[in-house]
Design a protein around this ligand. Structure first.
Ligand code: BG6
Length: 484
């Protein structure tokens, strides 16, 4: 990233919400720190509370300071704060959009900003169609004098049908090239680095296939429970909340073919092919290869049904049926209230033949494992067997590791910096294309339907602070493997 983003006005619907305070404004501040914010820029926060602009600015200053965990650099923050504006109103009322149009023209004239508008939907998903319709009806979605883009937060639909219905409402007013379906996982440096790691290094690609890889494991483990998000989470569950989006993004980056270029469409074409190659799971396979579970105490959480069967943990075995990956299982697991926060991908290679060690004290050789750790300690490591010093032939597994923090002195960021910057420059590479969203739903939907029908099989529980139910371990033990 070398130049600044396009001059524009960022309009945040849901300006008083958690996402704006904890992620979006801190990300804007971080972008300012790195000199990537547009030269001419303003923010319009739109929300229901009827507060003054002065109060809104003060609240945001406090929240961003909390999020940064240190005092803000006055020069940087003041420049942003002076450009933060606030508009209160009801999202379904046309009047709000008339006022917004007027405000945008005024601010454009005041700061000499061309009419490039980035609309961010940081609002509950049931409001997405309402706001999209009103923006289109008021003429604010039409390009001509400048660009108009919309960033849509997850969840994008509740299943395939609702995702398609939502898309139809969005595309009635916006073209696909104006729609940025965000997945904050793709803003994480370490997730983006999977592409660099695979395609900027000559030695990994030749072994990145079924001849050398025994299987791949992906873990997204969280220590926290659902907190205050019961109303949303109890309807969503882990399969929708994490697997269908974040984990499928990881899967596509690990399994995709090299794209012909890093242009958005070339990368997205290859990613979607991976999901198309995942065979849909049928009844028996779901019972065998998908594990769901709920943490103990989940049903007592606020806004959770006392008889809820919503899963807070999922483990599953998938395959990618194409030339590169046929026969290589991909095991995915995610859960809340687990022993530790840990997101990583482990690529386990096939063992070396044992032949040479037959007449030595060595009992077995261990497979090489490449671990791409995404959080919390961002790192890449490769394990291999080495000889223990001494006259006897003995082996021990050792690790070669690269840590982001140690090497790049990485400052923690929100992950939204890159995504906001990309949306301001018109780069859709890191955003979901609609066919990808559909392909994701097509994989999980048979599972969701199966679970919905099966109201009798108990949903296993697991103790908070564990690594999930025993059923998840059995899933791998059956294949003579263990979670890493
Ligand atoms: C969100 C999910 O998309 O991602 C949350 O809705 C989850 O349930 C969160 O906790 C995890 O994101 P991160 O960046 O904290 O790993």
């Amino acid at each position: 990233m070398s130049s600044r983003a396009d001059d524009c006005i960022l309009v945040i619907f849901g300006a008083s919400g958690d996402l704006t305070r904890r992620k979006l404004l801190p990300a804007i501040y971080n972008l300012a720190e790195t000199g990537l914010l547009p030269e001419r820029f303003a923010i319009v926060g739109v929300a229901r509370p009827s507060i003054t602009e002065v109060d809104y600015r003060r609240q945001m200053r406090e929240r961003v300071t909390d999020a940064e965990g240190e005092p803000l650099e006055p020069e940087k923050w003041t420049r942003i704060e002076e450009r933060i504006h606030y508009l209160s109103g009801e999202f379904h009322e046309d009047q709000l959009y008339r006022s917004l149009g007027t405000r945008l023209s005024e601010l454009g004239a005041r700061y000499s900003i061309p009419p490039n508008y980035l609309f961010y939907f940081a609002i509950p998903p049931d409001l997405f169609p309402t706001v999209a319709d009103r923006l289109a009806a008021s003429g604010l979605a039409s390009e001509g004098d400048g660009w108009r883009r919309v960033i849509v937060e997850k969840p994008f639909g509740y299943d395939l049908e609702s995702a398609q219905a939502l898309n139809a409402r969005l595309t009635a007013g916006f073209r696909e090239s104006q729609i940025y379906r965000i997945d904050h996982y793709l803003g994480k440096e370490t997730v983006q680095n999977i592409l660099a790691f695979r395609f900027a290094n000559g030695i990994f690609e030749p072994i990145w296939n079924r001849r050398y890889v025994s299987h791949v494991q992906m873990t997204v483990a969280e220590e926290d429970g659902i907190g205050s998000r019961g109303a949303y989470y109890d309807k969503a569950g882990a399969l929708r909340d994490i697997v269908q989006n974040h984990m499928f993004q990881l899967l596509t980056l690990v399994a995709m073919e090299p794209p012909i270029s890093f242009r958005a469409e070339d990368v997205r074409d290859e990613k979607v092919k991976v999901l198309h190659a995942v065979p849909a799971l049928t009844g028996d396979a779901i019972a065998r290869d998908v594990v769901r579970a709920q943490y103990e105490g989940y049903r007592q959480e606020a806004n959770v049904a006392p008889d809820s069967r919503t899963e807070t943990f999922v483990a599953m075995r998938l395959t990618v049926d194409n030339w590169r990956w046929a026969g290589v299982p991909f095991y995915l697991r995610t859960g809340k209230k687990l022993a530790r926060r840990d997101t990583h991908v482990a690529v386990q290679f096939k063992r070396a033949p044992f032949t040479l060690f037959r007449d030595t004290p060595v009992e077995c050789t261990n497979p090489n494992v490449l671990v791409l750790r995404i959080q919390p300690d961002e790192a890449i490591s490769l394990s291999f067997d080495a000889k223990v010093p001494g006259p006897l032939e003995r082996l021990e597994t050792v690790t070669m590791a690269f840590s982001y923090k140690d090497h790049f002195k990485l400052e923690p960021t929100t992950g939204y910096e890159t995504l906001l910057f990309d949306a301001m420059t018109g780069d859709q590479t890191l955003f979901h294309r609609m066919d990808m969203v559909e392909a994701g739903w097509q994989i999980v939907e048979p599972v969701l339907r199966h679970w919905k029908r099966d109201t009798r099989t108990p949903v296993p529980g697991y103790p908070a602070g564990s690594m999930g139910p025993t059923e998840a371990s059995v899933l791998l033990e059956r294949d003579d493997r263990q979670w890493r």
